[in-house]
Design a protein around this ligand. Sequence first.
Ligand code: AMP
Length: 279
Amino acid sequence: MIVTAEISEVRLTRWAAPAATWGLVPTMGYLHEGHLSLVRRARAENDRLAASIYVNPTQFAPHEDLATYPRDLARDLALLEAEGVDLVFTPGDEVMYPAGFQTYVQVEQLTRPLEGASRPTHFRGVTTVVAKLFNVIQPTRAYFGQKDAQQSVVIRRMAADLNFNVEVIVCPIVREADGLAMSSRNARLTPEQRQQASVLHEALYTAMTALLDGEQDGDALRAIMGQTVQTRSLARLDYASAADPLTLQELSQVRGDVLFSLAVFFGNVRLIDNLLVTR
Ligand code: AMP
């Protein structure tokens, strides 16, 4: 496994086997089974496999958790090596954003609601870094998690709009035994917060059950999620959404497919989760 922070070495490795198909799994590290599910699928579907580990500062607002984001590069590299990854790109900020950097990629409408409403500068950072990774590595296929549902929609849009020659593949959410979606940020929860954090999953399933029992009113479904979250003393709801899965606009009536999604604070740890119901 080649591990490098240098763009030139990535390109040399990538183009040493130009006819091979390459998969890419972009990550911010502190890997868990959610990340590894993407790695395994990508390993099975491509001749060669690249992963990136980079905690991208441009997708964090100044008050967010960039400084405390968990990191363990040695452990991450051992996990990736065990999965048969060929190339790991671990750039520093000076490689990704050298002095004079001033070009950003911005997807418009799709980045405004949901995560974008709470984190207005987030997706500009995400699409910029993913566009750079696509240009540096030039993967045949890139793998993202449904855990970050809006991110997947935004990246698909970007890849189509900017004609990236990359197939964007979205993989299912991997959960803990109590339903909590795996996330690097879960490591920052206290034991009591961790115990209550299964409420995100519970709220999503409560809304789905209500929908299947005939409740189609968007406001009522959003309220059900909010009320479920409020049953936990340490949880503070950021948003609860029942949106169109393609446009991400809130639905007043749910007649077809719906993306239920949530963001909840436990202290200063912000967790997200979602459930896509297709009918
Ligand atoms: P991150 O390191 O949080 O930026 O995540 C890297 C990739 O892994 C993103 O495409 C995430 O959506 C995906 N991912 C994170 N957590 C999970 C999970 N629990 N299940 C599936 N994919 C995930």
